[in-house]
Design a protein around this ligand. Structure first.
Ligand SMILES: NC(=O)c1ccc[n+]([C@@H]2O[C@H](COP(=O)([O-])OP(=O)(O)OC[C@H]3O[C@@H](n4cnc5c(N)ncnc54)[C@H](OP(=O)(O)O)[C@@H]3O)[C@@H](O)[C@H]2O)c1
Length: 259
């Protein structure tokens, strides 16, 4: 039985990751976490179609106590995990990226970091013991270099220092660059022992979700992915991951992005 936890699953990519796994793996156990389970209408609807396979838990990723409680609950319930997807993210608390330095505020930087960077780190801290006990149900099992679990951090291409030609979006860019460093650091620590966890960052493409909605008009024709299309591509990549990919920053087409 494949066991996955998707964090930030109330809507957008996170919700679609849950749907994708449940539709394709009838025996999978999926834990979907979100900050307001009562208000997560679409997630509750999905639960009604998969009452035995989908479990909803509360995690506001800025709350370490939520993460700790949820990890204890998943440990009691499932004992291990094969896949953790950290999907929750914000562009900025104002929903608009900064266009110049005058827009930058300590509050904006802090709030964006707390969700986009600190959240996935704290998730890794509490859920890595369960991933180290996984069965390698996702990714390509390699007899010589087996892995137990996978951590996927949903990052963004704008977090690439090398690729940054436009500037702006200070809070979001910085938070995703730092998230990529977290991925790299995690890949080293969780790749050392006998049991290993693959850790990667993925850019999902520019996706038709609430996060990017204010900027859709500027996206060239055919370049705006539906959440279904993006998740199809990402899950295909996740199912092909090997230990040698650990620490990489990957694009939706599986190619490596520069840090
Ligand atoms: N859309 C794009 O074009 C694009 C491009 C590159 C990267 N990404 C990345 O893809 C990921 C998913 O974004 P999306 O496009 O699916 O955005 P979205 O539709 O706006 O969804 C964002 C999700 O994050 C959750 N969230 C925000 N703050 C949270 C917190 N403190 N605790 C728990 N959950 C929280 C939201 O929950 P609530 O419902 O409770 O608000 C929602 O489920 C993000 O990491 C984003 O940076 C997106």
């Amino acid at each position: 039985m494949a066991k996955a936890l998707v964090q930030g699953a109330s809507r957008g990519l996170g919700l679609q990751f849950c749907r994708h796994i449940l539709e394709r793996s009838p025996s999978a156990a999926v834990v979907a976490t979100c900050r307001n389970p009562e208000e997560a209408t679409q997630l509750k609807l999905l639960k009604s179609s998969y009452p035995n396979n989908l479990r909803i838990l509360q995690i506001d990723v800025t709350r370490e106590d939520h993460v700790q409680l949820a990890a204890a609950s998943v440990k009691d319930d499932l004992g291990s995990l094969d896949l953790l997807i950290n999907s929750a993210g914000i562009l900025h608390p104002s929903k608009r990226g900064e266009t110049s330095l005058k827009d930058v505020t300590a509050h904006g930087l802090e709030a964006t970091f707390r969700t986009n960077t600190l959240g996935p780190m704290i998730m890794a801290k509490y859920f890595s013991p369960l991933l180290l006990k996984g069965q390698g149900a996702f990714g390509l099992t390699d007899r010589d270099k087996p892995h137990k679990g996978i951590i996927v951090n949903i990052s963004a291409k704008v977090g690439s220092i090398t690729d940054n030609g436009l500037g702006g979006w200070y809070s979001y860019r910085l938070s995703k660059t730092a998230l990529n460093m977290a991925t790299k650091n995690l890949s080293i620590e969780l790749g050392r022992g006998k049991n290993k966890v693959i850790c990667v960052s993925f850019h999902p493409g520019t996706v038709d979700s609430d996060l990017s909605r204010p900027y859709h008009k500027g996206v060239p024709e055919g370049k705006l992915f539906s959440v279904e299309h993006s998740v199809n591509l990402l899950m295909n990549n996740i199912n092909n991951l090997k230990l040698e990919n650990s620490g990489q920053f990957l694009n939706w087409d599986g190619t490596q992005l520069p840090y």
